[in-house]
Ligand binder design. Structure first.
Ligand code: ADP
Length: 260
């Protein structure tokens, strides 16, 4: 039966015996697939109505007739909330894409210094009002094999988290360098840091340390689960070094490859 999926386990049992366990996980896997398809379909269907609502609200807000203050406030609130929902749906779509492994076949040599440089420039441009000091130290000839859209998602999420959670006038330092036989991507900030008891949980889907503060930053709680899935596809590892009250560093270790 090609549908049958077994989970096999071999365990020591006493000093001279072993226990062999075979568990049928076909149903669990099928349910998991249905959940993923459901999330992907719902997110996809939500995209169009959201775009329409957003378009009309923007049209109302930019009309040449001045709105009465209470209408102005109401439509501005709708615009903020619709934009939040739009970002959440966008993140859900990215997550289901990386969960479904749709782009597994498309691995190629990726010019990481160029990709990261563009992200750093965009982040600097888009976040001028926070007046962060955003710096980067990128090794020009260090390329890796991977799926460029996914690598971009992972790097964007770490950079935008550092910028979002670090209060104004903070510093964010991005590194792309060789480290031993690995390629290291790191984003270090001097923001609030993460308590040790939360560090292991923050890559879970929808986990946010401080829900109300995260809401203010426009977060969805999905960014780091996207990072986790991308890293899984690239046999890469994530290390989180954080000191509560001092700042955080998110480091990804990839298999290194020099530019060909
Ligand atoms: P979100 O969309 O909420 O940012 P993430 O999955 O990207 O979702 O992050 C999960 C949580 O981890 C965040 O809500 C935040 O509490 C915490 N976090 C992530 N990055 C940082 C950081 N650089 N500094 C402090 N906290 C962070």
């Amino acid at each position: 039966n090609s549908e049958l999926q077994l989970e096999l386990r071999l365990m020591a049992y006493g000093s001279d015996q072993v226990l062999f366990l075979a568990r049928d996980v076909s149903k669990i896997k099928r349910l998991e697939e249905m959940r993923r398809d459901f999330v992907a379909n719902v997110s996809h269907e939500l995209k169009t109505p959201l775009t329409v609502v957003r378009g009309y609200v923007e049209m109302i807000l930019t009309t040449e007739h001045a709105l009465e203050p209470h209408w102005q406030k109401a439509f501005t609130t709708i615009e903020t909330q619709v934009s939040r929902m739009d970002r959440l749906v966008e993140q859900l779509l990215v997550l289901s894409r990386v969960e479904n492994h749709a782009e597994e076949e498309n691995k190629q040599l990726v010019d990481m210094p160029k990709l990261i440089k563009t992200l750093v420039d965009d982040a600097t441009w888009l976040n001028q009002e926070k007046q962060h000091k955003i710096t980067a130290d990128l090794s020009d000839d260090l390329w890796i094999e991977g799926i460029d859209t996914e690598l971009k998602s992972a790097c964007v999420n770490l950079i935008s988290n550092a910028i979002a959670y670090t209060p104004a006038h903070g510093s964010v330092h991005i590194v792309w360098q060789r480290s031993g036989n690995k390629a290291k991507f790191s984003v270090k900030d001097n923001g609030p840091g993460i308590r040790p008891e939360h560090v292991n949980r923050i890559t879970e889907r929808f986990f946010r340390v401080d829900k109300s503060r995260s809401r203010d930053t426009g977060g969805s709680g999905l960014g780091l689960s996207i990072v986790k899935h991308v890293l899984h596809h690239h046999s890469a590892e994530l290390a989180i070094e954080s000191q509560w009250g001092k700042g955080s560093e998110f480091i990804i270790y990839f298999e290194a490859l020099n530019k060909k």
